[in-house]
Design a protein around this ligand. Structure first.
Ligand SMILES: Nc1ncnc2c1ncn2[C@@H]1O[C@H](COP(=O)(O)OP(=O)(O)OP(=O)(O)O)[C@@H](O)[C@H]1O
Length: 955
C-alpha cells in the first residue's frame, strides 16, 4: 500500500479537532500530541494491507490470528484491539453495528470476499461495552500483548501478538460505569440432584457471587424453593448445567429470572473436584474453616469459581470465602408473592413505584445495595430483628447526629468496588482516592459515633469494624495523590508534587525543555521570516516545524536548509525537523518515561499497601453500609411517622392504624390523605402454642380499598422483619416464616397458562405449604371462572386454611355468600370496607369495619369509570331482573330491552332530575376557576339566598 494511502487511512481514524492543534504556548504534553499514529498505522497494516498483498484464496496473517482467537471464543463478540480501536469483523461486526448503531464498513478481503468491520475507540469502549452487556451480549476483549515496535523487529509484516485477556459478561463486571451503583451484581449457578427412588424430591443448590464487592454465598433448597431463591437473589447471569438447561419444568424459571442464562459444561459442577477447586482458589488446605457444605453446595460454588477462572483469565477476583445460608432465618417469599407485592420492582418491572423506591433514603451505593438485600430477605429471628431496630431507634432519637452522619456518608465513595478493581489490577488513581476518602469518612463516622454510650449490638459491631480500619492509609493516599486525577494510571500525572523528590526533578526537566521548545518557535519565525511557522507534535515525527506550501522553496534552499531538515510534504503543509528540536525531544521523552516509571512505582506501592489491608477495608465498607441503612430507615421513620414494631416469637399479628407505604406516598403527592386501618389476625388468645391464626374475610365494593388493605399488612410484616419501622400507630408481629400472597394474577401466556390456571397454581402452593407461622394474603380467589365454581373453590380454600394450614390470613372476596362461614368457623372474622351512598353514587371511605358488605356497588364503580350511560342503565335493569329471579337469567331479560332501546329510553345523565335542589344545580353549573373574586362573592350571595328560599319552602 502506498504510504500516503496508509497515512490517509490512519488519519481517517483520528479526531480532526486534535489534528488542528497548534503550538502557541507551553502546553501539557497530552495537548501537544496528535493521537497515536503509529499504533493506528499498525492497525492499518492489518487486514487491509495484507489482504491486498495476499493472493485470493489465501488468508492474511492478521486474519489468521483473528480467526484463531475467534474460534476459541465462539460465544462472545470479539473486541480485537488494533491501535486505538477495538475492531470487530465478520458476523460480530454485523451484530455489534446493529446493536450499537455504528457504521458497518469493509476492510480488505478474506478468501476473496469483503470483510465486514466496525470499530469502537478504546477510550470510549466502556460505554459500548455497557450497551452490549445490557443487551445480553458477552464480549471477549482481545488486547495487543506487545508494542508494535516489538513486532516490527520480527519483520515489517510481522503481526502484533494478541490474545483475549478477559471475557466481559453481565455477572462479572467491575467497572463503575458498567455497574448499577445501587444494585448488587450477582453471578449465580444452580446445581441439582435428581429425586431419589425413596421419594425424596429434586434438590438444588444455588451459589451466588458479586464479583464487584466479593460477596459469595451458597444455599440449598428443595425443588419448590428454587424459584423463590432465584427471585430473591435476582442474578444478572445464571450458570446452568447443560443437563438441565433444556428441562421443560425449569425452562420458564430461567426465563423469568431475567438473568443471562449460560449453558455450562458438566465439568464445572464436578462433585469429585469441587472441594479441591474451592480450596485452591482460597489458598486453604481444607474448606472446613469456612463451615460445612453439602456436596451439592460445593458443586454450585465450584461452578462459579470455574467460570471466574474462565472469564477473568488469570486474574483472581478477591471473593470472600463462601458463606452458607441456612433455609431458616429468612422469611420465605415465593417468586409470585415477591412480584405481587412489588417489593423491589413493580409488576411492570420498574424500580419506581416499588416498596424499595419509597423507603430508600440511603446516601451511598453500598447502603442502597444492603437495604435492597435486607428487603429481599426479611429475618425470622426476633433477636436479630431487634438489633436492627435498635440501630434505627438510635438514629431516630438523635436527629442532629443522624444529619451529621448522613453528611459524612454522602462523601464516602464505594470502597468495596474500588477495592476489587485495585486488587484485580483494573483500578486507576481514582479508585485509590476512593479508598482514601472512604477511610477518611469511616474515621469521621467513628469519631462521631464513639461518643454514644449505648450504641446497641449492630452499631457497636459496625464501630468495631471501623475502629480496625487502616486509618493511616488514608493519610498516605492523600499525601501521594494529586487533587486532579486521570482515569487511567498509564496517563500519569497523578502523583502529587512534593511526594517524591526524584519525580519532581524529572518533571521539572521535562517542563523546562517544553518551555525551551515553545520559545524556539519565535526564534525560528525570526530566522525564517515566515510568520505563520508553527511548532507541532505528533507521535510519528515528534516535534516538527510546520509551514504552508508557499514557503517550502525558501525553507529547502540555502541558508535555511542548513537548520531545517525536510521531513514531509502534505497537500497543505510542509514539515521540517531541526537538530535542536530532536535533542529537546529526546530529553522530554526520557524525562516523561522516567516520570511515568516513578509514578507506576508509586502506584504499585500504594496498591500493595491497599491490598495488604483489603480485609479490613472491606469490613469498614460493610460497616458504613450498615450505618447508612440504619440512619436512612430512621430518616424514613421520622419523615413518614413510622413506629417501631414489636416482633417476637408469638403468633400475634395486631396492627393499629396501619397504612400502605406506597399508596400513602402516591396520595400525599396528590394532596390526599390515607385512611389508616387496624388488623388483628393472631390467635384470639395470644398464647405461645397457636390455636390457629384468624382469617379476616373482607367483603366490600370494588375500589373500596380491599387489595390495598391486604397488601399493606404483608408489607408491614416485611418491613418489620427486615428491621425497619412500619407505617402504623403500633404493630405487634409474631415472626412470619413464610409470606404468601395471591393478589391479582396476570395471564402467563408465554408459559401457556391462563389467568385462572395461574391463580389455581399459586393457591395450590399456598394450601400445600403454609403453616401456622405463615401470613397468607388471598385476593379474590376464584373470580377467574364461572360464579359457582369460583365460589365453591373460595369456600373450600377458606375451610382448608382454617382447619389445616391454621395460618394468619386476610381474604378479600366479592362472594358475599362466604360471610356465612363465620357462623360455623370460630376463627373467621367478617370485615368490610365502609362506603356511603349519595344519590346513587358511591363514596369510598376506605375504612375497614367489622361486618359484611351488603352489596358490591359494581355498577356504580363502572359508571365512575366512564362506562357509557346506556350500558350502565342496561346493567342496572339486568341486575334487578337477576336479583328477582335468584340468579338465573329469566326469558324476559333475553327477549326484552336490547341495549339501544335502553339507550333511547334512558334519561341523559347531564339533565338535572326534577327533584334536584336548585342550589345543587347552581353548584353543578359552577366553574370556580372561571370566576373573578367579585363574581365569586356574588355567586356565594345567590347560593345563600337560594338556600334560604328552599328552606322556607320546606317549612
Ligand atoms: N385506606 C385508604 N385510604 C385512602 N385511599 C385508599 C385507601 N385504600 C385504597 N385507597 C384508594 O382506593 C383505590 C382502590 O383501592 P383497591 O384497589 O385496594 O380497592 P379494591 O377494593 O381492592 O378494589 P377491587 O375490588 O376493584 O379490586 C386505591 O388505588 C387508592 O387510591
Amino acid at each position: 500500500m502506498p504510504v500516503s494511502k496508509l497515512i490517509g487511512f490512519a488519519l481517517s481514524k483520528l479526531e480532526p479537532s486534535r489534528l488542528r492543534m497548534t503550538l502557541t504556548a507551553p502546553l501539557p504534553q497530552s495537548e501537544f500530541d496528535e493521537p497515536n499514529q503509529d499504533e493506528a498505522a499498525v492497525a492499518a497494516v492489518g487486514p487491509q494491507d495484507e489482504a491486498e498483498a495476499a493472493p485470493v484464496g489465501h488468508i492474511t496473517p492478521v486474519m489468521q490470528q483473528f480467526v484463531e482467537i475467534k474460534a476459541a471464543n465462539p460465544d462472545s463478540l470479539l473486541f480485537f484491539r488494533m491501535g486505538d480501536f477495538y475492531e470487530m469483523f465478520f458476523g460480530d461486526a454485523e451484530v455489534a453495528s446493529r446493536a450499537l448503531g455504528i457504521t458497518l464498513t469493509k476492510r480488505g478481503k478474506h478468501l476473496g470476499e469483503d470483510i465486514p468491520m466496525c470499530g469502537v475507540p478504546v477510550h470510549a469502549a466502556d460505554d459500548y461495552l455497557q450497551r452490549l452487556i445490557a443487551l445480553g451480549h458477552r464480549v471477549a476483549v482481545c488486547e495487543q500483548l506487545e508494542d508494535p515496535a516489538e513486532a516490527r523487529k520480527r519483520g515489517s509484516k510481522a503481526v502484533v501478538r494478541r490474545d483475549v485477556i478477559r471475557l466481559v459478561t453481565p455477572g462479572t463486571i467491575t467497572e463503575d460505569n458498567l455497574l448499577d451503583a445501587r444494585r448488587s451484581n450477582y453471578l449465580a449457578s444452580v446445581a441439582r440432584t435428581k429425586a431419589g427412588a425413596e421419594g425424596a424430591g429434586d434438590r438444588f443448590a444455588v451459589a451466588f457471587a458479586d464479583m464487584s464487592t466479593g460477596a459469595f454465598r451458597v444455599l440449598e433448597v428443595e425443588g419448590g424453593g428454587l424459584a423463590a431463591a432465584i427471585a430473591r437473589i435476582e442474578p444478572r447471569e445464571l450458570l446452568i448445567p447443560d443437563s438441565i438447561i433444556g428441562d421443560d419444568d425449569l425452562k420458564p424459571l430461567w426465563r423469568q429470572s431475567g438473568a443471562a442464562s449460560v449453558p455450562t459444561p458438566r465439568a464445572f459442577f464436578d462433585g469429585a473436584t469441587a472441594g479441591d477447586r474451592l480450596a485452591a482458589y482460597f489458598g486453604v488446605a481444607s474448606l472446613d474453616a469456612f463451615g460445612r457444605f453439602t456436596r451439592l453446595e460445593l458443586q454450585a460454588a465450584s461452578a462459579v469459581i470455574a467460570y471466574l477462572d474462565k472469564t477473568q483469565i488469570g486474574q483472581r477476583p478477591p471473593l470472600d470465602p463462601p458463606a452458607r445460608e441456612g433455609e431458616t432465618g429468612i422469611m420465605s417469599i415465593d417468586a409470585a408473592t415477591r412480584a405481587n407485592l412489588e417489593l423491589a420492582r413493580t409488576l411492570s418491572g420498574e424500580r419506581r413505584g416499588s416498596l424499595l423506591s419509597v423507603i430508600d433514603r440511603t446516601v451511598t451505593g453500598a447502603g442502597a445495595r444492603l437495604l435492597a438485600e435486607r428487603l429481599a430477605a426479611p429475618l425470622t429471628d426476633p433477636e436479630a430483628i431487634r438489633h436492627r431496630l435498635d440501630a434505627v431507634d438510635l438514629f431516630l432519637r438523635e436527629p442532629a447526629l443522624r444529619a451529621d452522619i448522613s453528611r459524612r456518608l454522602s462523601a464516602a465513595p464505594d470502597m468495596a468496588r474500588a477495592l476489587t478493581r485495585l486488587v484485580m489490577g483494573r483500578g486507576g488513581p481514582r479508585d485509590m482516592r476512593a479508598i482514601g476518602e472512604g477511610l477518611e469518612a469511616a474515621a469521621g463516622v467513628l469519631r462521631r459515633l464513639a461518643e454514644i454510650e449505648l450504641p446497641g449490638e449492630e452499631i457497636a459491631a459496625a464501630l468495631a469494624s471501623l475502629a480496625s480500619a487502616p486509618h493511616g492509609l488514608a493519610g498516605d493516599l492523600a499525601a501521594a495523590l494529586d487533587d486532579d486525577l486521570p482515569l487511567l494510571k498509564r496517563d500519569g500525572g497523578f502523583v502529587r508534587t512534593g511526594y517524591r523528590a526524584d519525580l519532581d526533578e524529572t518533571r521539572s526537566l521535562r517542563d523546562e525543555s517544553r518551555r525551551v521548545i515553545a520559545s524556539l518557535q519565535a526564534t525560528y519565525v525570526d530566522l525564517s521570516g515566515i510568520k505563520s511557522l508553527k511548532i507541532k507534535h505528533n507521535n510519528v515525527l515528534g516535534y516538527f516545524v510546520d509551514i504552508g506550501p508557499n514557503h517550502a522553496a525558501a525553507m529547502m534552499a540555502a541558508p535555511l536548509n542548513e537548520t531545517f531538515i525536510h521531513r514531509q510534504t502534505l497537500a497543505n503543509a510542509v514539515r521540517f525537523s531541526t537538530v535542536e528540536l530532536g535533542q529537546l525531544e529526546g530529553r522530554i521523552a526520557s524525562a516523561g518515561e522516567r516520570s511515568l516509571a516513578i509514578e507506576m512505582q508509586v502506584f504499585g506501592e500504594l496498591s500493595a499497601a491497599i491490598e495488604r489491608e483489603a480485609a479490613a477495608i472491606k469490613r469498614a465498607a460493610e460497616a458504613l453500609a450498615v450505618i447508612d441503612v440504619a440512619s436512612a430507615l430512621a430518616t424514613l421513620a421520622d419523615e413518614r411517622g413510622y413506629c417501631r414494631p414489636k416482633v417476637d416469637d408469638s403468633f400475634a399479628f395486631h396492627i393499629e392504624a396501619g397504612r400502605h407505604p406506597v399508596v400513602e406516598d402516591v396520595l400525599r403527592t396528590e394532596g390526599q390523605s390515607f385512611v389508616a386501618n387496624d388488623s388483628d389476625i393472631g390467635p384470639s388468645a395470644e398464647t405461645g402454642a397457636p390455636d390457629g391464626g384468624r382469617i379476616w374475610l373482607i367483603t366490600g365494593p370494588n375500589m373500596a380499598g380491599k387489595s390495598t388493605f391486604l397488601r399493606q399488612n404483608a408489607l408491614i410484616a416485611v418491613l418489620a422483619q427486615m428491621g425497619s419501622f412500619v407505617p402504623a400507630k403500633s404493630a405487634h408481629i409474631g415472626t412470619v416464616d413464610r409470606l404468601f400472597s395471591r393478589v391479582g394474577a396476570a395471564d402467563d401466556l408465554a408459559r401457556g397458562r391462563s389467568t385462572f390456571m395461574v391463580e389455581m397454581i399459586e393457591t395450590a402452593a399456598i394450601l400445600n405449604q403454609a403453616g401456622p407461622r405463615a401470613l397468607v394474603i388471598l385476593d379474590e380467589i376464584g373470580r377467574g371462572t364461572a360464579t359457582f365454581d369460583g365460589l365453591s373453590i373460595a369456600w373450600a380454600t377458606i375451610e382448608h386454611l382454617h382447619a389445616v394450614n391454621r395460618s394468619r390470613a386476610l381474604f378479600a372476596t366479592h362472594y358475599h355468600e362466604l360471610t356465612a362461614l363465620s357462623e360455623r368457623l370460630e376463627r373467621i372474622v367478617n370485615a368490610t370496607v365502609k362506603v356511603r351512598e349519595w344519590k346513587g353514587d358511591v363514596v369510598f371511605l376506605h375504612e375497614i369495619v367489622p361486618g359484611a358488605a351488603d352489596r358490591s356497588y359494581g355498577i356504580q364503580v363502572a359508571r365512575l369509570a366512564g362506562l357509557p350511560p346506556a350500558v350502565v342503565d342496561r346493567a342496572k335493569s339486568v341486575l334487578a331482573e337477576l336479583e328477582k329471579s335468584g340468579g338465573s337469567a329469566p326469558a324476559s331479560l333475553i327477549d326484552d330491552l336490547p341495549l339501544f332501546t335502553a339507550a333511547r329510553r334512558a334519561p341523559r345523565r347531564e339533565e338535572a332530575p326534577e327533584d334536584m335542589p336548585k342550589v345543587l344545580e347552581m353548584l353543578d353549573g359552577l366553574s370556580p376557576d372561571d370566576l373573578s373574586p367579585r363574581e365569586a362573592l356574588e355567586m356565594l350571595y345567590s347560593l345563600k339566598a337560594e338556600r334560604l328560599r328552599e328552606k322556607r319552602k320546606a317549612d
